[in-house]
Structure formats: C-alpha cells, structure tokens
Design a protein around this ligand. Structure first.
Ligand SMILES: Cc1ncc(COP(=O)(O)O)c(C=O)c1O
Length: 491
C-alpha cells in the first residue's frame, strides 16, 4: 500500500542533518570540537548524538542567512503550518523576531503604538532603532493587579492622535493569557495604513489547538514573533518570525541579517523543524489535553478555596476579548501570600519550578510535555501550601502596573550622559535604564521614564518579597542611572 506523505509530515532540515551524519564526513571546518572529540567533558555531558549534529552551514545543509534548499523548504512548510505567507527560523529567541518586526516597520523618529506592558525586547528594539513609542496604557484588573489588553477605543484614539504612526504592536496573549480584539485592531490599523506586529511569545499553540484565541496570522496581522520554545516544545532560544500577505519577506531577511549570527545552530533549527511537524500533526490532541489539565487544576483549587484561578470568567469583550485556556494563572493574595512567596515555596519545599510569581499571582506553564502525575503533584503542593503557610491577609501590595511618565524616547535616554544614584535619590529624575522583575520581563521603569515614589516603593517591596529584579547596571539594583544634561545637571 502506498501511503501519501503530506507536506506537514516532512521535516526537510532534520532529514538532511540525519543524512549528513550518516555520511561520517571528516570535519576540517568549524565547530572546532569536531563532533565532540575535542572536548571529552562536553561530549560526556551532551552525548555523541547531540555533538555529531552540532555543525556549521555547508551546501547540503543550506545557510540560514541565505536559505535556498533544505532550510528554505523547512521554512516554507512552517509558513504553511502557521497559515503565513512566509516563516523564518529564528535562533536568537523571540527577542530577535521582535527586533526584526520593529526594524522592518519603523525607523528613527517614526512612531509605533503599543501597550506599555510589553516585554523588554520591544523597548530594547526602540533603543536600537530610535523609533518613538506611543503607549496605550492597558486597563488594569484592580483585584488581581495585572495589566490587561488594549481596548479598541484606546487604539482608535491613539490612531487619531498619531495618524502618522507606522505600526501597532499587540501582545497575543499577555503572559497571563489576556488577548485583545486582535482582528478589530488589525482592521483599525490597516484602515489607517499601519502595520500590525504581534508578540506571540506565549501563543504558539494558538496555531494548532482547537478553540484557541485567534492567531495573529488568522487575524490578518502583518508580522508575528512566535516562541516555539515556550508552548511549542522546541529547544530554548528557537522561535519563528511569521509574515503576512503585505510583507516583502526577502527585504525582512535583510533586516534579520543585520543582527543575526552567521553560525546558526542546527540543533535549534532541527528542533524547530521537528516541533512544527509534531504540532501540525498532533497539535489538536496535545492542546486539548493541556486545556483539560488546566481545567482540572482550576476545579480542584476552586473546591478547596483560597486560590483564585482566573481565566475565561474575566472576559469583557474588549480589553479582555478572550483568554488563553491553556494558562494556569492563580491569584494567591487571599491565602495571605504574595505570588512570589508561593513560587519560592513550590521550589524550596516541593521541588516544583513554576514559570513565575509576582506580587499577587503565580503562573504555572502547562504545555506539550506535561503528565497527569505532575499535575496532581502541583495541585497537592498548592493544597499543602495553603494548609501550612497561609496567613492573615495583611500589608500585601497587589499593584503590578504603574502608569509610566514618559519624558524622553528610549534611545535618547539610553545614550545620554548619566549618573548612578541610589534608588531613593532618583525620585523625580528620568531613568536611562530598565528595572523589571524577570520573569515576566515587563519593565517597571524603562529608559526615558520618570522615577516616582510609587515606582521606588514597588521595587523595594518586590525585592523584599523575593522577586528577581534585573535591568540596571548595578547588579544589586540598589542604584539606578539617571540622565544628566550637557552641564552635568540632573534632569
Ligand atoms: C511577551 C514576550 N515577548 C518576547 C519575549 C522574548 O523571548 P525570548 O526569551 O525567546 O527572546 C518574551 C520572553 O519571555 C516574552 O515573554
């Protein structure tokens, strides 16, 4: 019987790599470890199978910077799987895909409309290219203290006030799973001649699961940055850049090549090829299992009380247009513990590592690799934490989002002369750097923004509670760089 091989059953880059390995070609090229022989400890650590395919570009394996054969074919198949006009393998994480989207659509001095609760990679891209952010402050859920999506009205107003902006940037979804009305935003943007860039770092499964929020490509967005390494199951640092009908992908490749390595890892690329195949063939079943896991945890925790597992109940048809059903986002303040405290307890007392905890909530990532017994263990640990550690709910801060006061563009602030001062002395001054808890990596303050008393209090409280603060030159985050004018005066 002849069985038909559908396009999505193919994995051309992976196949080429296996074919190459079987040929046992003698390496007089880089990498210098020569299939691991030059580094026995590394070989022992990662194994022969891994190091024998840690190779460099060559004719039979194509070249990511100028793909014409197996990489091109694998990218075309990925584009088909994601219903995009074009897809690129990205080996610099979703950060590199975010940069590519921003650089392809904006230049120095041009405006880009975006919510302020974006990942630092977005504002970093603006530091690099000098585009000007126009922030749409997201709605905030008072109980949870989290920033939501953008409402259509807010986007419409931003477009009216900034009709020459080049692009609108949208989180699809936010870290907690909140989705804006992406289709509505695309319509507004396209009417105004603006491109839509979607950050789908947490949305790879939207393309493969059933009953998921709309994906960026389906909504008609022009670009999407997709972390296959998050919910998609590929190796850390591997992502996709997707492009829609309006985009000249060959031009975008030139943009990507401005910053992309010329030694792309075949381990990362093969993992993209294989995980795309896996999800294209089995994604519906995989993500329906994921949703049933999260649903189970929600029901169990709701029964015991104390925790609030938030999700579709929050939908308001606007700034929470839909919610990602795979996200396990849990509000913890009602048991008297900050999210970060529950996050630490899970690791230190129960050997469970979750994605993150902030002041009021935790997020456990449930994905392609989860098993029933691990889900049971998580539920058991949370029940036990409530029993052993819950406290009276006192003096707990919930606010996760402080509306920024933007005084300078990120690029102008970042490159200005600066002075390092203690955080408390920085109140009323403009920052030249970021401060954020990582994860989630959403800036509390970004270059060009004023440092205020609530910001300093927030940072100090987050530190006290055990959040991992990052972003400043000072690794202890006691000091922050603030702007000076040409006369050395603080501004
Ligand atoms: C919303 C969002 N965008 C972009 C990124 C950057 O992704 P990467 O770490 O793959 O560079 C992240 C990382 O966590 C993220 O959460």
């Amino acid at each position: 019987m002849i069985t038909k091989v559908t396009t999505q059953q193919k994995a051309p880059l992976y196949d080429a790599l296996i074919g190459f390995k079987e040929k046992r070609i003698v390496p007089f090229d880089v990498p210098g470890h020569k299939r691991g022989r030059g580094n026995p400890e590394l070989l022992h650590f990662l194994g022969q199978k891994t190091l024998s395919v840690d190779v460099n570009s060559m004719k039979p394996l194509d070249n990511l910077c100028h793909p014409v054969s197996v990489i091109k074919e694998a990218e075309d198949i990925a584009a088909q799987a994601f219903k995009a006009k074009a897809a690129f393998f990205m080996v610099g994480g979703t950060t590199s895909a975010v940069q590519a989207m921003v650089f392809a659509t904006t230049k120095r001095g041009e405006e880009i409309i975006l919510p302020r609760n974006v990942h630092r990679s977005v504002i970093n891209a603006l530091v690099l290219n000098g585009a000007i952010p126009v922030y749409v402050n997201p709605d905030v859920d008072e109980r949870l203290g989290i920033a939501l999506g953008m409402s259509l009205k807010q986007v419409e107003e931003a477009i009216q006030e900034h009709p020459h902006a080049k692009a609108i940037f949208v989180n699809n979804p936010t870290y907690y799973g909140v989705c804006s009305d992406l289709k509505g935003i695309v319509e507004l943007a396209h009417e105004a001649g603006m491109k839509v860039l979607a950050d789908e770092a947490h949305g790879a499964h939207f393309y493969f699961g059933e009953h998921m929020p709309i994906s960026a490509m389906e909504a008609g967005a022009d670009y999407a940055a997709v972390s296959m390494h998050k919910s998609g199951g590929s190796l850390t640092q591997s992502s996709f850049l997707l492009m829609g009908d309006s985009v000249n992908a060959d031009y975008v490749r030139q943009i990507v090549n401005l910053t992309q390595t010329t030694s792309a890892s075949y381990l990362l690329m093969a993992s993209l090829d294989l995980s795309r195949r896996h999800l294209a063939l089995d994604g519906e079943a995989i993500f329906s299992q994921v949703v049933s896991f999260t649903q189970y945890v929600r029901e169990e925790l709701t029964k015991i009380g104390g925790y609030y597992v938030f999700g579709e109940d929050l939908i308001n048809g606007d700034s929470i247009y839909t919610m990602d059903p795979t996200k396990l986002s849990i509000h913890t303040l009602d048991i008297g513990l900050a999210g970060i405290e529950v996050y630490d307890l899970l690791r230190d007392e129960y050997d469970i590592q979750i994605e993150f905890g902030d002041l009021g909530n935790i997020l456990a990532y449930v994905s392609v690799g989860d098993r029933e017994r691990d889900i049971e263990r998580l539920v058991g640990a949370l029940v036990d934490i409530k029993r052993r550690f819950s406290k009276e709910k006192r003096n707990l801060l919930r606010q996760e989002y402080i509306e920024p006061i933007v005084a300078y563009s990120p690029q102008e602030a970042f490159y200005r002369t600066k002075r390092s001062v203690l955080l408390e002395e920085a109140i009323g001054k403009a920052s030249t750097e970021f401060v954020m808890c990582y994860p989630p990596g959403i800036p509390i303050v970004a270059p060009g923004e004023m440092i205020t008393e609530p910001i300093v209090q927030y940072i100090q409280y987050a530190k006290e509670k055990g959040c991992q603060l990052t972003g400043t030159e000072d690794l202890d985050v006691l000091k922050i760089n603030i702007m000076e004018d040409e006369h050395g005066m603080l501004v």
